[in-house]
Design a protein around this ligand. Structure first.
Ligand code: PMP
Length: 388
């Protein structure tokens, strides 16, 4: 018996990321344009860095509030009032280590061994991975790729509910498809959750990364205060802060104590000086965010045009997030294709199968990058597509 065999099965069996496999293969290639990761190419803006550095200079290097410093929780309440029109109180927000820890805490609070957690497939793989580590069974329900883009058939979600189901995870706008739920779909999902007594974990981290001129529809538009919804969110994408690992969870105020305890027994909180940067992002970062969305929209339109011109690609233009999820005529094995694109086109893409069974036959391209590089990548890719 190896040491690995002696580990807890849920840990031992946690899946390897299918994105990493391709990225590790191509990471050091000279001249490769990496569009596989879920992040932009801009560093964090100076006004955010400066606020964190002031915190550090002021000696903010001690243990701090488990749930986040009061000033940041107040800034989160202001941000939600401004963008979602809701008057949350600061104690409804729990500061976490990125969106990922918010997801882990939401799972710790709602599922245990043998419970089922429904999610929509294709999906960013970390929810299913974390549910499995928690001992729960992740249950994929496929999104459908129709003539007018991806959509969610709520009847299929309902058909997947069993007596063991505890949670529905809804990521909209979605990584990797860009699927963005309309308000009717959100209402139907909320009705379903209410009817069966399920929790919704709402991952709306791309809500403001929306190309419709305004933010995407949100559960916040339709929920009642007592609804069983946990919102997970992050500073990573809106303000180019992926490496900071700061995010938040929004929950009913009566749940604050529990989440504070879960923080205590996992990370024990987020560095205080980082939280100073986060406050600057929320209070002063709207213009930066708007400029990022505008830049990404130009890149999205360009890459869509160039790939469509090949006549061999199928996709729907994503209304939100910053990924193009496309299929190529005749391409069946997305992992093989992603490796081949590294070798022949020197472009890094994520294989669709890394996002679940329903993702096979697709590739994910992150277009949140300098326009000249996106253009160069799209040209190389179009050539690869024409030749295959
Ligand atoms: N949810 C979705 C849908 C994501 O795409 C990501 C990041 N790729 C996260 C959550 C997690 O964000 P963070 O990097 O802050 O952990």
């Amino acid at each position: 018996m190896s040491l690995t065999d002696m580990l807890r099965a849920e840990a031992r069996l946690a899946p390897v990321s299918g994105i990493e496999a391709v990225a590790n293969y191509g990471r050091d290639r000279k001249g490769l344009i990496p569009l596989w990761a879920g992040e932009g190419d801009l560093p964090t803006p100076d006004f955010i860095n400066a606020a964190a550095m002031r915190g550090l200079a002021d000696g903010e290097t001690f243990y701090t509030w488990q749930a986040g410093i009061p000033e940041l929780r107040a800034a989160l309440a202001r941000y939600h009032k401004r963008h979602f029109g809701l008057a949350f109180s600061p104690d409804e927000f729990i500061v976490t280590i990125g969106g990922m820890q918010a997801i882990v805490l939401a799972l710790q609070a709602t599922v245990g061994a043998g419970d089922e957690a429904i999610y929509l497939d294709p999906a960013w793989p970390n929810f299913a991975g974390a549910a499995g580590v928690a001992g729960a069974v992740p249950v994929p329900v496929p999104l459908i790729e129709g003539a007018n883009g991806w959509y969610c058939d709520v009847a299929r979600v309902e058909a997947a509910v069993t007596p063991r189901t505890k949670v529905i995870f809804v990521n909209t706008p979605a990584n990797p498809t860009g699927w963005t739920a309309d308000i009717e779909t959100l209402k139907a999902l909320l009705d379903l959750a209410r009817k069966h007594g399920l929790w919704i974990i709402a991952d709306e981290i791309y809500a403001l990364f929306h190309y419709g001129g305004r933010r995407a529809p949100s559960f916040m538009d339709i929920m009642e205060p007592e609804d069983k919804i946990l919102f997970v969110n992050t500073f990573s994408k809106n303000w180019a802060m992926t490496g900071w690992r700061v995010g938040w969870l929004r929950a009913h105020p009566s749940l604050g104590r529990t989440f504070e305890n879960l923080i205590q027994y996992s990370s024990s909180g987020v560095a205080q000086f980082l939280q100073r940067g986060a406050i600057a992002a929320l209070d002063e970062g709207d213009a930066f965010l708007a400029s990022q969305v505008e830049r990404a929209q130009r890149a999205r339109d360009l890459v869509c045009r160039k790939l469509a011109e090949t006549g061999k690609v199928r996709f729907s233009v994503p209304p939100g997030a910053f990924y193009l999820f496309f299929s190529v005529e005749g391409m069946k094995d997305s992992t093989r294709a992603a490796f081949d694109i590294v070798d022949k086109a020197s472009v890094g893409l994520a294989p669709g199968v890394a996002f679940g069974k329903a993702g096979e036959g697709h590739l994910r391209l992150c277009f949140h990058r300098r326009l000249d590089q996106v253009e160069e990548a799209a040209d190389r890719l179009a050539e690869w597509i024409r030749k295959t």
